[in-house]
Design a protein around this ligand. Structure first.
Ligand SMILES: [Zn+2]
Length: 698
């Protein structure tokens, strides 16, 4: 803990915390009366150890599966089939979790490389596990006894059988082989599609005059100025692309950049899109589904493609009036700037005029907010809130092993009963070779052991906050504060679990729900009362955030919500429509359908472009993009429970309900049930429509 207090001006860092008073052993001891096991991970510290761990895991897991596969007729029961598979899952997941973390965080390049190799190897090996016929035979023998199960066991049983059905194991041998062959083909085409996107690079050159309006940070970035009056913009590098689209005055330049960017990988990926869609359709129908959307969504909250499509269409229609109003604002700005009273807003205009609107109408200076969010003060403030609403106590302990010097380790206990619940690490600042984004990495998953003890979870937050520099502490921008509240919400979800099986533990919930609790917690950082509970100018902590800055920031975000969401919806709808409408006989219609859906839902695409060819989410997130909006709607609905409670975002009773009905449950019961138990009423989309300024829907 002391290590994060890098400057004395960081007033949020109380000296009492600089020396951890307890050790991991103290919490291990305290866990005993609760039958809680509080293990810390043992990290591999050499490449050889990493390879050995991966090999040992595969050997042990294979032996576990052999054991299940050898069960004779009449021997199969719940514990030695379904339960044993979950145990095997624990073994594999724990190794994968730890090696993935090493791969993303180690300060030693050789360790990162070894972990990368090991993770790849484990992934390839694990693909074949679902197809082991001997194991399936034993599980099927148990299923054929038509066991009478209830609760979490019944759900685990049903979902294990569903996995086998989805993998094709329930099909006759010849058809199953066909599905397996199609899957391999699909995976190969998907890999090609992805690498074509990675390889698609294009540089356009401009004069300084052409780039009028571009920020200095773009013009002076390494590699951009390539001649006396020549600037090279890499349109495949997102931040360069966005910088041009938001700031460059010339419409001709913006149009050229959009047109070229929307044509990246077109020649290479257009034929692959048809192949991918045909293969997905064939696999889905061979497995008994109407199409790929229905196949993919069976395991999500939405359940059916049509449900997700209707949800997105409802949002699209609800946003129509606000979208028109936003475009009218942009149009006014464009007419004034160009002198053309009939100026229309195009896809190469909206980012530019949205930025103009932010600058002129809302006058937002978000950089100024940083002074109010020194890292340690913000962390402490968030901890105070989460400890209060979820009834917890966080205490720093000295990590027995540190992968980086300023690593922090914290123990979580229940404030009322003193039951230790788990540990979390904080790895806060960027460095060479480290993961580039912000994420919660699970390390040890929660699970009930056969002897009745409970393995408590361990997680790590891996972040890239602005590091301290000179006499300045680490100062966060408002977006980063939201990210911190969000990611730490995932940590709560993981740490507060009480699910018995690892399959249902923590954040192992359907993908169209998993972001919702964390998205809900992002609301906290827009609340003046919440912010005033900790945010203060690091140079003079008596100074709170001026209310007008927050109001401006809020108003400016709201001013372009419809455009933001209609663009999101255009991706979500395109993705769903393709996987609902395209079969293996009409693949030639795929690109036109994608272009039409994007153009109708957001803004018309430039002539001759093929955005889908450069859409990375077409693989890996296929028929799943709608999940962002779906989870946002649930998040807004859940937030109202706090907003309408006596203490608002500090409300203890609502926090306890959140902990008991959502976090604690994980996926051990249907999440739709958990959400309604938390809400105490059926779900509603109205709070979300209201939040984004959409009209109520019938
Ligand atoms: Zn998240």
């Amino acid at each position: 803990m002391a290590t994060s207090c890098s400057t004395t001006t960081d007033t949020g860092c109380a000296p009492a915390k600089t020396t951890p008073k307890k050790s991991a052993a103290d919490f291990q001891q305290a866990g005993k009366p609760f039958k809680n096991i509080l293990r810390l991970p043992e990290f591999e510290t050499t490449p050889e150890a990493i390879t050995a761990t991966a090999n040992l895991t595969m050997t042990k897991a294979n032996a576990g599966l052999d054991g299940i596969g050898k069960l004779g007729a009449g021997e199969a029961n719940f514990a030695n089939t379904i339960g044993a598979l979950d145990n095997n899952g624990v073994l594999i997941a724990e190794t994968m979790n730890r090696l993935s973390l090493i791969k993303e965080t180690s300060t030693n390049a050789a360790l990162r490389d070894a972990a990368t190799e090991a993770v790849k190897h484990l992934e390839e090996w694990s693909v074949g596990l679902d197809y082991r016929e001997d194991v399936y035979r034993a599980v099927k023998a148990f299923a054929d006894t038509q066991p009478k199960l209830t609760g979490e066991e019944a759900k685990l049983f049903e979902e294990t059988m569903r996995d086998y059905r989805r993998a094709g194991l329930a099909l006759p041998k010849t058809q199953r082989d066909e599905v397996e062959k199609l899957r391999k083909e699909l995976s190969a085409v998907a890999t090609d599609f992805e690498s074509n996107i990675t390889k698609a690079q294009q540089t356009l050159t401009f004069t300084k005059a052409e780039l009028e309006g571009a920020p200095e940070s773009l013009l002076t970035a390494p590699g951009v100025k390539t001649g006396a009056d020549e600037y090279s913009i890499k349109i495949n590098v997102t931040w360069q692309y966005i910088a041009v689209m938001e700031h460059v005055k010339s419409e001709a330049v913006r149009k050229r950049v959009v047109t070229e960017q929307h044509s990246l990988a077109k020649a290479e990926n257009a034929p692959l899109i048809e192949k991918l869609l045909a293969l997905r359709y064939q696999i889905a129908t061979k497995l008994g589904y109407k199409n790929w959307a229905d196949y993919q969504l069976e395991v999500k909250m939405a359940r059916h493609g049509k449900t997700a499509i209707e949800f997105e269409q409802k949002l699209r229609d609800g946003l129509q009036p606000k979208m028109e109003a936003e475009l009218a604002e942009f149009r006014k700005l464009k007419a004034a700037e160009t002198g053309d009273p009939n100026a229309a807003i195009t896809i190469w205009d909206w980012r530019y005029y949205a930025e103009q609107l932010r600058k002129t109408k809302y006058n937002v200076d978000s950089e100024q907010l940083r002074n109010f969010f020194p890292m340690q003060r913000t962390l402490d403030g968030m901890f105070t809130i989460y400890q209060r609403i979820f009834g917890l106590k966080f205490e720093p302990i000295e990590p027995p092993y540190k992968w980086v010097d300023d690593l922090q380790l914290w123990a979580v206990t229940d404030a009322k009963t003193s039951e230790p619940l788990g540990f979390f690490y904080l790895d806060l600042f960027p460095r060479e070779g480290k993961y580039h984004h912000f994420a919660m990495f699970p390390i040890i998953d929660g699970k009930r052991n056969a002897d009745g003890t409970y393995q408590r979870p361990v997680v790590s937050l891996v972040c890239n906050f602005t590091p301290p520099s000179g006499d300045k502490p680490s100062l966060l921008d408002h977006d980063s504060v939201a990210t911190l509240f969000h990611e730490f919400g995932h940590a709560m979800h993981a740490l507060l679990t009480h699910a018995n099986y690892v399959r249902f533990s923590g954040t192992s919930v359907p993908r169209d729900f998993v972001e919702a609790p964390s998205q809900m917690l992002e609301n906290w950082v827009w609340d003046k009362k919440v912010l005033d509970s900790f945010a203060a100018d690091y140079r003079d902590p008596t100074k709170k955030i001026p209310p007008e800055i927050l109001d401006q920031l809020k108003a400016s975000k709201y001013a372009t919500y419809a455009c933001f969401y209609r663009r999101q919806l255009s991706f979500g709808l395109m993705d769903l429509m393709l996987h609902d409408q395209i079969t293996d006989t009409n693949t030639a219609e795929a690109l036109p359908l994608s272009t039409k859906t994007l153009s109708d839902t957001f803004l018309p695409l430039p002539e001759g472009t093929a955005f889908l060819c450069y859409f990375g989410h077409f693989t890996g997130y296929d028929a799943g993009y709608y999940g962002y909006a779906w989870a946002d709607a649930i998040a807004a609905d859940m937030a109202t429970e706090f907003e309408h409670s006596p203490d608002g975002y500090f409300d203890i009773a609502t926090g306890k309900r959140m902990r008991d009905e959502i976090y604690s449950q994980g996926d051990s019961r249907d999440v739709s049930v958990s959400i309604e138990k938390f809400l105490g009423r059926p779900r509603s989309i109205e709070p979300f429509l209201k939040k984004i300024g959409a009209a109520p829907q019938p």
